[in-house]
Ligand binder design. Structure first.
Ligand code: UTP
Length: 404
């Protein structure tokens, strides 16, 4: 694109401010910026002006309760362990996020939550996976999704720590895509005079990025993929009982869930939307729905998701080309101000465009909610202090016998 074509395009989109420092740029920087701008998804940016999609008809979803799982655990576990032993299971660690709430520049998995000695988040997760692989006597390929921002550092950190005892030949990395970020009025931001502020495009792009990286071809026996977040240090990965229950259910996906502690708890709730599995945010549930109870007295909308899902690989392939909705999410975005000074905001100052893994559940067509005990399997490190923080996670790790 020539400079005048670029100007015209940006004028039409109301985004000329990104050329503010053009006169100061060298040839290479100009080329890099126009290249970035040519790749901007303008339709996605226009979503900024549109209200969120209206939800369809919401209904409760049937799931497996703790008591039912305890009753049938032996059989679930046997089926799951057989699948792992036959190489049918892979795990995907979502580690492409920026962890802005935690406020650490390093990859979140490299965060040390120890007290008297280092205990890294990656160490906890890999330790949990090793519990299973050692018991079964077979390794589960571990695919780690990073972003451009933390890929090199994540690889370096894990290599330096010997993958915390996991065999390197079973570890693969892949990098997710980036998307431009905008300020509070929808204007594209710059992170350098010749570079747009880009951020990872959300955890919903994990399958397309994994497929593009070609990693699955190396493990052709894989039939099930367990996808999980980097920040829940207590979660069980490739949990044989969860696998067995999902396989035996005949459903295309499974989701680990915890029972809500009270009707208005701020968690995404698994339910049915127009007959398909879906996650609704706590504010999308009406007062009546939030409080509704079944004959047994339990909340009808009680299953909060904890970002630990199982997906059937053949179905993922089938839905790969389907459209996943884009969410506009308020975040703190480091950028250059009008004078060219770098700003590290303390408050939310703009929006990122993200696709979310929870939207894939509907595309899969069916999902088994599988209840787990919150104090045993859910300790997310999102913030420094308060709810879902380093403090609350330490308490829960200690409760589970981990020496910090
Ligand atoms: P969060 O929604 O907690 O986002 O991610 P985050 O970026 O880690 O943290 P904040 O909101 O900036 O504080 C949930 C999971 O999805 C991954 C994260 O690494 C985490 O495991 N994720 C998120 C990605 O892999 N890529 C993304 O673009 C966003």
């Amino acid at each position: 694109m020539t400079y005048s074509e670029l100007q015209q395009k940006l004028h039409a989109e109301g985004q000329e401010q990104v050329l503010r420092f053009w006169q100061e740029l060298g040839a290479e920087e100009r080329h890099a910026l126009s290249d970035q701008l040519e790749h901007v998804d303008w339709d996605m940016l226009r979503l900024f002006d549109h209200p969120a999609r209206k939800k369809g008809e919401i209904a409760p979803i049937e799931g497996l309760s703790l008591a039912e799982i305890v009753r049938d655990k032996k059989i679930y576990r046997r089926v799951g362990e057989e699948a792992i032993g036959a190489g049918k299971v892979a795990a995907v660690l979502l580690a492409g996020g920026q962890g802005t709430r935690l406020g650490s520049e390093a990859p979140k998995g490299a965060f040390d939550i120890g007290i008297s000695h280092p205990v890294y988040i990656f160490e906890c997760l890999i330790g949990n996976l090793l519990d299973v692989t050692e018991r079964v006597g077979a390794y589960v390929p571990l695919f780690i999704m990073t972003s451009e921002k933390n890929d090199a550092e994540t690889r370096r950190f894990l290599k330096e720590h010997g993958y915390f005892g996991y065999p390197a030949e079973y570890v693969r990395f892949f990098v997710q895509d980036m998307a431009p970020a905008v300020g509070l009025t929808g204007k594209l931001l710059l992170e350098e005079k010749g570079r747009l502020a880009l951020s990872p495009n959300g955890n919903g792009g994990w399958y397309s990025s994994l497929a593009r990286a070609g990693i699955l071809r190396e493990f052709p026996a894989v039939e099930w993929i367990n996808v999980f977040a980097v920040d829940n240090v207590l979660q069980r990965i490739a949990d044989p009982a969860f696998l067995g229950a999902t396989i035996l259910s005949g459903k295309m996906s499974g989701a680990k869930v915890v029972a809500k502690t009270e009707p208005h708890e701020k968690v995404g709730v698994l339910c049915l939307e127009n007959g398909l599995p879906s996650v609704v945010e706590y504010y999308e549930l009406s007062e009546e729905m939030a409080n509704a109870r079944g004959g047994d007295g339990a909340l009808l909308y009680r299953y909060g998701v904890i970002l630990n899902y199982l997906f059937r690989a053949d179905k993922l392939k089938e839905i790969a080309e389907r459209h996943i909705p884009v969410h506009v999410v308020g975040k703190k975005i480091p950028h250059l101000d009008e004078s060219g000074a770098f700003v590290h905001p303390e408050e939310i100052n703009g929006y990122k465009f993200e696709t979310l893994i929870l939207d894939m559940i509907g595309l899969m067509g069916s999902c088994l909610p599988y209840e787990v005990e919150r104090c045993r399997e859910f300790a997310p490190v999102k913030n420094r202090t308060g709810v879902d923080s380093v403090d609350s996670t330490r308490e829960l790790l200690q409760f589970n016998g981990v020496i910090l």
